[in-house]
Design a protein. Structure first.
Lengths: 86, 180
């Protein structure tokens, strides 16, 4: 049993990140649907690189590259003052 | 942006990250040539690659933490992130709904938090749990299922919705959705 304090460990920043990511993810998916999917499965689904590769029928290397690029792109998209160039 | 352009940008970014730091500049010179717009875009992305974010725990891990602790929701005043449980709104065969408000008064926000019992988390459950007509996105794999609601389009509703993913080993799934 995890202690009750564990719930409060989810910081405000963390919560905001989880909440604000959806709009940015929509934009990524519009630009590159597979990267959007890879990010969803990894970040929200907690799936392994191999699991995502299996599900999408692509190589693990492809998933690895998509995951890296998706994180970079989303970080920029969610950065304060981002210009949302798509 | 054209897919070919995006693919080109992506390839250059990967190559730049993978090459030795001292070679990066000349590598970018070669790859971008006189295309200053391409160079600007690549460097903009490369600067984001040095920042942190999405690197530690996944959203999934936080979701699991909440789910493992979902019993605490029965107690008023408990916090989930920045939200404080106010009261139980309703209870049914599918699960329990709680009212919660923003705990830090950063802004006024009331949300509904719904805990759905494991075993009842079928597609129908989620598609039936539309709030204000917004869709849940769902997918299922042999080992997990995840559902969430996209954020509203307007900035005023930026912090308006959230759902929590779950895996088959969890005992329940939770959904946080805007009540307004």
């Amino acid at each position: 049993m995890v202690s009750l304090d564990g719930v409060a460990l989810l910081s405000d920043d963390r919560m905001e990140e989880l909440l604000s990511i959806h709009a940015a993810l929509d934009n990524l998916t519009a630009l590159d649907p597979r990267k959007g999917k890879v990010f969803e499965m990894r970040y929200f689904g907690g799936m392994s690189l191999e699991g995502v590769a299996d599900t999408l029928s692509v190589s693990t290397v492809t998933v690895e590259r998509d995951w890296r690029m998706a994180k970079i792109w989303l970080r920029r998209e969610m950065a304060p003052g981002a210009q949302n160039a798509t | 942006m054209r897919p070919e352009r995006w693919a080109e940008i992506e390839n250059i970014v990967h190559a730049a990250i993978d090459c030795a730091p001292e070679d990066r500049s000349s590598q970018l010179d070669r790859a971008c040539g006189a295309d200053t717009e391409l160079r600007r875009e690549v460097e903009s992305l490369l600067s984001s690659s040095r920042e942190t974010g999405f690197t530690g725990r996944s959203g999934f891990v936080d979701a699991m933490k909440i789910l493992e602790n979902h019993d605490v929701l029965r107690k008023q005043g408990r916090l989930i992130g920045a939200y404080r449980i106010v009261r139980e709104i309703g209870r049914g065969g599918m699960g329990t709904v709680y009212q919660a408000t923003r705990a830090d008064d950063a802004f006024k926000k009331t949300v509904a938090i719904k805990i759905i019992r494991r075993g009842l988390d079928t597609d129908d459950t989620f598609s039936g749990f539309a709030v204000n007509g917004r869709f849940w996105r769902c997918w299922t794999t042999p080992t997990s299922r995840a559902c969430w609601m996209p954020a509203a389009r307007t900035t005023a509703c930026l912090i308006s919705s959230w759902s929590i993913s779950m895996a088959s080993r969890s005992t329940s799934s939770a959904v946080i959705a805007s009540s307004a």
